[in-house]
Design a protein around this ligand. Structure first.
Ligand SMILES: NC(=O)c1ccc[n+]([C@@H]2O[C@H](COP(=O)([O-])OP(=O)(O)OC[C@H]3O[C@@H](n4cnc5c(N)ncnc54)[C@H](OP(=O)(O)O)[C@@H]3O)[C@@H](O)[C@H]2O)c1
Length: 346
């Protein structure tokens, strides 16, 4: 029987990606859509200014959008995806959790809470068991699981693959697409013929979330990885796809070929939306890859790419790339939902 899912903030940029990714999903079926009071009561076609390159699925277009309150969502929903602005999410997500819903959320609130799993299924699926700690602490029957920020999720799979060589420090500079700021986030007058060397709050998210994701959970407490992570974040005029340049210090001083192999061989997850190979690695013959336009849509936007792998005095340098609104947002939450289903939490 299909898993009944709802989307909170279904009319927004990430909400639309959820709808696109859930079309023809093997086990999940959309049964509820919510947005702000101004959209509630309209059909989805009326409420959403659809900006995704595929058409709105007809059955979704005709659905009524509800208000974002537990009273407006059917009781038999198994899983809610949340793509609300974080200020709104921090107010309303607890209402859904107290009402017993399981919520897989994109929003940045509570990502760093000690009892909230911040999860990438291929990297730290065991952190999901923090849900038991969360339920004890908060006294609710629901469960809250978060995916990381889009720039964090782009680099963390590569760092996880390098951890076997003694990960000590990562310095990263990002070149981030405009879609990461949402539709009205950066105006054309600001970004065309330009680059903006600041994205508010982004650098600390990369520095802290990555260490939580790479940390260890002992069944009661989560310890964060002790590597140093420094980030410098920039907005550039690409539409989708965050490109990141890293200098990584590794205790074991591996060869570039050993690094390529570790990234290529890093295991994927056996989930419907997971790519067969988590990281596509470009070799020495393709020093100018990955590139946003050419590589962001690999494996329907769910695969990370890495290339330009070269030695430095203290480790390795390379570039990596991911589709920020798919792997970095809706696809990440969807994959976490598939993990929740696979592990019997819903
Ligand atoms: N864009 C990205 O690449 C990206 C990546 C990772 C994470 N995120 C995070 O994902 C979340 C959504 O981002 P987005 O770009 O999709 O934002 P967005 O386009 O502005 O969409 C926001 C959604 O929330 C609804 N909403 C706004 N205020 C509300 C309220 N007071 N009560 C109930 N619903 C309300 C909107 O409904 P109406 O249409 O009715 O206003 C809309 O459905 C944010 O927390 C963002 O930081 C985004």
């Amino acid at each position: 029987m299909a898993v009944q899912v709802g989307i909170l903030g279904a009319t927004g940029a990430v909400g639309q990606r959820f709808i696109q990714l859930l079309e023809d999903h093997p086990t999940f079926e959309i049964a509820a859509l919510t947005a702000s009071e101004s959209s509630a009561g309209q059909t989805y076609r009326e409420a959403a200014k659809w900006r995704v390159e595929t058409q709105i699925p007809e059955d979704v277009a005709a659905m009524e959008v509800g208000a974002t309150t537990p009273e407006d969502v059917p009781d038999d929903i198994d899983l809610l995806f949340s793509s609300l602005p974080s200020g709104v999410a921090s107010e309303v997500e607890p209402d859904f959790l107290e009402a017993g819903y399981v919520v897989s959320s994109n929003s940045s609130n509570d990502r760093m809470a000690d009892d909230v799993p911040l999860t990438i299924p291929e990297i730290n699926p065991d952190h999901l068991d923090l849900i038991e700690v969360q339920r004890d602490n908060r006294g609710w029957d629901g469960a809250l699981i978060k995916n990381p920020n889009c720039s964090t999720i782009t680099m963390v799979p590569t760092l996880a693959a390098l951890d076997e060589f003694g990960l000590e420090r990562a310095d990263v500079t990002t070149l981030q697409a405009v879609s990461g700021a949402g539709y009205s986030g950066v105006t054309s007058m600001e970004i065309i013929d330009n680059a903006i060397p600041h994205i508010g709050g982004e650098e600390s998210k990369m520095e802290t979330e990555s260490r939580k994701l790479l940390g260890e959970f002992d069944g009661a407490e989560l310890s964060h990885h002790d590597a140093t992570v420094n980030a410098s974040c920039n907005r550039i005029p690409t539409l989708d796809g965050h490109l990141e340049s890293l200098f990584v210090d590794l205790a074991d001083d591996p060869s570039p070929e050993a690094v390529r192999e570790a990234m290529r061989e890093y295991p994927g997850a056996d989930l419907p939306s997971a790519p067969d190979q988590l990281i596509h690695v470009f070799g020495e013959d393709d020093p100018d890859r990955p590139q946003p336009r050419l590589d962001r849509s690999r494996a329907e936007g769910m695969q990370i790419s890495a290339g330009g792998i070269e030695p430095t005095d203290s480790g390795i340098k390379y570039n990596c790339l991911a589709h920020n609104t798919i792997r970095g947002a809706a696809g990440a939450s969807l994959l976490n939902g598939e993990l929740l289903a696979d592990e019997g939490w819903i």
